[in-house]
Write a protein of this length. Structure first.
Length: 180
């Protein structure tokens, strides 16, 4: 084993797929890019981290809801560009030609171009760490996309795109929640 710089350790654990989070603000809809999300349990309960530096933060605090939209690798460049500008200055839905769709249970929109959209309600906000805890209330997928590939941020400007999927359900069957 070779020693690795501690300040780069997060690049080894950067978790799930890059996501887009939509909100419905006072003046307009917004979308931001996040790479730090976490599944907390099978209920479905999730977490992500963001703070007051993001334009969507006020809407998250006020409305206590959002949509987590999961783009495929084909939207990678657009998702990175969305995360590199502020909704305070531009309408990101217009600039990046995204189609907002009405959600069933929250005011924040679904993103038509994404493979999946999870409508969420915020159940807790851990202010000290800017962590939002969310309960999923509705989930939507684009069933026309048969083999979605997602992308993951390493944290240093590089990304990893999903590759081969390996099925080991038979080994884990007694650990998988019923219905999954």
């Amino acid at each position: 084993m070779k020693k690795y710089p501690l300040q780069k350790a997060f690049t080894l654990l950067e978790p799930g797929p890059v996501v887009l989070v939509t909100t419905a603000g006072v003046n307009r809809l917004n979308v931001m890019t996040l790479s730090w999300t976490m599944v907390l349990d099978f209920t479905p309960r999730f977490a992500f981290m963001t703070g007051s530096w993001n334009y969507s933060y006020k809407a998250l605090i006020k409305n206590r809801e959002c949509v987590i939209a999961i783009p495929t690798a084909e939207l990678m460049k657009k998702a990175i560009q969305i995360g590199s500008c502020s909704g305070a200055e531009i309408d990101k839905f217009k600039k990046f030609k995204l189609t907002p769709l009405e959600a069933a249970s929250v005011k924040a929109p679904l993103v038509k171009e994404c493979y999946a959209n999870i409508e969420c309600r915020i159940i807790d906000h851990v202010e000290k760490h800017n962590i939002f805890i969310l309960d999923g209330v509705e989930t939507w997928i684009d069933d026309k996309i048969k083999a979605p590939r997602f992308f993951h941020a390493v944290g240093d400007g590089r990304f990893i795109v999903d590759g081969e999927k390996v099925n080991h359900r038979r080994i884990m069957i007694d650990k998988i929640p019923e219905g999954v």
